[in-house]
Write a protein that binds this ligand. Structure first.
Ligand code: SF4
Length: 384
């Protein structure tokens, strides 16, 4: 429900017609999304996004118990924003490649922790054989049959197809047969060719990224979608990015969640030129995403990238998911993220409850596993 104050603020900013379309359930145009990005009153924009969030999910806020596996950071690509990749694992001290045994042990050793999902992402290694990737999935599946295996970004899957002379369908089918159950949303960055030429010109193009997800959806795999914001892109390019995702979602319905990722400036090639995006920018990006992506069920604030406090605030700006416990994350921590290496389930509950929401543990396909609807303890606070 929009407050009279929010109605007045939206009218004052000239956003009355867009508000009316949102309240009538009508789709927003790209021009209207840019107008929302430029809105002066962040609180009023947030109220409108919150209205949509609560209409879809009420106070439910989703999370899962997950572990990350990054088997190697050796990568042949040279994305300017990347702090994770290294050119090799022989001379550079921070380059590494896990053996198959190490990769499988890294996951299977967490079994006693009640994990429900592994999230696998790597660099584009020049020498690892196809069997390495297949066996990683196969052996995890054999050792832990009920674990959800979310693995390999569209950029990696496109790389596999080219490197190993397979079609996308072959790559995906073989991984599905080995035990893969969904694919993550990374590698999307910003789709605009102008931006990709400048920040990631030697990996999958926007069209190739979208084609991988189209192929995955055709084979019945659900996937996620990300957007790296806060570097050289314009607001119109952010909207163009979301518009291309919305169009593919109209076609396939295979995306589960949209995840805006904040650019981190430490230890990469463009960090000196661009400061970390502000909290204001993050909140308006979540809000516009919630309003524009009318065919996406979920919008996620990835607390590792955003910080716990911002992720908590985002729950009033259209966000209904905070990712999960995220054991063993490397990619954002190598980019200077100062967030903890993991959050316990209790810490996630506290973050969510003190934002006035209800923590809901989900599985990787957004089935509800448990609603934690006990009231929060009566003390001031939030993420510590
Ligand atoms: S973002 Fe991915 S593809 Fe690009 S350099 Fe980093 S690890 Fe490689």
């Amino acid at each position: 429900m929009l407050t009279p104050l929010a109605h007045r603020a939206l009218e004052r900013d000239g956003l009355g017609p867009i508000r009316d379309k949102v309240l009538a359930g009508e789709r927003l145009s790209e021009a209207e999304a840019v107008t929302l990005f430029e809105a002066r009153d962040l609180a009023a924009l947030g109220s409108l996004a919150n209205h949509v969030r609560e209409a879809r999910h009420g106070d439910f806020t989703f999370y899962n118990r997950n572990v990350h596996l990054n088997p190697t950071n050796v990568c042949v690509a040279t994305c300017k924003f990347c702090s994770f990749a290294r050119p090799d694992d022989r001379h550079a001290s921070e380059g590494y490649t896990m053996s198959l045994d190490q990769a499988v042990h890294h996951v299977v050793s967490k079994r006693a922790l009640g994990i429900t999902e592994v999230h696998i992402v790597s660099g584009l290694h020049p020498d690892l054989p196809w069997e390495y990737y297949l066996e990683t999935v196969r052996r995890i599946r054999q050792a832990w049959p009920e674990l959800h295996i979310k693995g390999y970004t569209a950029v990696e899957l496109h790389f596999f197809a080219e490197k190993f002379g397979k079609t996308l369908e072959q790559v995906l089918r073989e991984l599905i047969d080995a035990g893969l159950t969904t694919i993550p949303g990374g590698g999307a960055e910003i789709f605009a060719a102008r931006v990709r030429r400048k920040i990631c010109d030697d990996k999958a193009t926007a069209e190739q990224w979208l084609e991988v997800h189209r192929a995955a959806h055709r084979l019945g795999l659900k996937s996620n979608a990300t957007m790296l914001y806060g570097h050289i892109e314009t607001l119109a390019e952010r909207v163009d990015h979301m518009a291309r995702l919305r169009a593919l979602q109209d076609e396939t319905g295979g995306f589960q969640v949209f995840i805006p990722l904040a650019f981190h400036p430490e230890h990469n090639m463009i960090g000196k030129a661009f400061p970390k995006p502000t909290g204001y920018d993050g909140l308006r990006t979540f809000a516009v995403a919630r309003l524009f992506l009318d065919n996406f069920d979920h919008v996620k604030a990835y607390w590792v990238s955003l910080g716990e406090r911002m992720a908590q605030a985002a729950l009033s700006f259209g966000v209904d998911d905070v990712d999960g416990t995220v054991l063993e994350e490397r990619i954002y921590h190598m980019a200077g993220a100062t967030t903890p290496q993991a959050l316990s389930e209790g810490q996630l509950h506290r973050m969510i409850r003190f934002a006035g929401r209800v923590p809901v543990e989900r599985d990787s396909l957004y089935h509800v596993l448990r609603v934690h609807d006990a009231p929060a303890a009566a003390s001031a606070g939030g993420p510590g």
